[in-house]
Ligand binder design. Structure first.
Ligand SMILES: [Zn+2]
Length: 259
């Protein structure tokens, strides 16, 4: 329909000094206005109670097994499974070392498996079990994909996006937040990471010793001093408890995952 003089957009009225009566001084609406966080359901505390914990621990055990596979593959031991209607539909281990690709986190590996077989909307009825808190990158992707819930083992105190550093899962945003439950098999998840770092240190030290033996005596005298083992090669087994349950509060740092 052609716009007649009667239906065309009226000319802009003069700006008045009273903002309550002006129609031109208000900022234009943006996409966030209709999606204020207050309209989203509140998410529980990250280290709060886990409803039906035994059920979820069964799937977290599978995630731990994936992390053990990562450790055996010389990857940072992070593993995950995605579960839909009680069935694992995606699984992943950290693959950044083998691929030399810093985005090959366990969650992205698992998401790729799901996307190859299912429509994206299946994720809105899917839960993620991952041994280490999702990083900021993964936490954001999971929110954009509409993951139903995330269960994790230990905090990611360097890059965590679900309470460890940032609260991507619950921050103000366009996409609905998702609940996160931390602490399932936390000790196992931490010990896997510690075993990895000890393992990597020992490998580095052995390689340095091998290199030193291979160089000529002259070169060793002038350029390659005998390497010394790092002081922190021993495996520490003490695990401090998480001291609070509020994701926005000051969280105890106990792990140092790489991604
Ligand atoms: Zn990640």
């Amino acid at each position: 329909m052609a716009i007649s003089e009667q239906t065309s957009i009226p000319s802009t009225p003069p700006i008045t000094s009273n903002p309550t009566t002006s129609t031109t001084t208000s900022p234009p609406p943006d996409c966030h206005d209709s999606l204020m966080p207050s309209q989203f359901p509140a998410v529980p505390a990250v280290f709060g109670p886990v409803p039906n914990r035994a059920y979820h621990e069964g799937f977290m055990r599978k995630a731990i097994e994936m992390a053990e596979l990562a450790l055996a593959s010389d990857e940072t031991p992070v593993g995950c499974v995605f579960v839909h209607n009680g069935e694992v539909i995606g699984r992943g281990i950290n693959g950044t070392n083998a691929s030399l690709n810093g985005t090959r986190h366990a969650e992205f590996v698992g998401l790729a498996e799901i996307m190859a077989k299912h429509p994206q909307r299946i994720l809105t009825q899917t839960d993620l079990y991952v041994t280490v808190e999702p990083c900021i990158m993964c936490a954001s992707a999971l929110r954009q994909y509409g993951i139903r819930a995330v269960y994790f083992g230990c905090l990611n105190d360097r890059f965590g996006g679900c309470g460890g550093v940032m609260q991507i899962h619950a921050d103000r945003g366009v996409d609905p937040p998702y609940p996160v439950y931390g602490g399932l098999f936390r000790e196992e998840a931490i010990m896997l990471l510690r075993r990895f770092y000890v393992q990597e240190n020992e490998k580095g030290w052995r390689q340095a010793m091998k290199t030193a033996r291979e160089v000529s005596l002259t070169k060793r005298l002038f350029a390659a001093p005998e390497p010394k083992p790092k002081k922190n090669r021993e495996l520490k087994t003490e695990i401090l408890p998480v001291t609070n349950v509020n994701p926005t509060a000051n969280l105890t740092r106990t792990s140092t995952p790489a991604g």
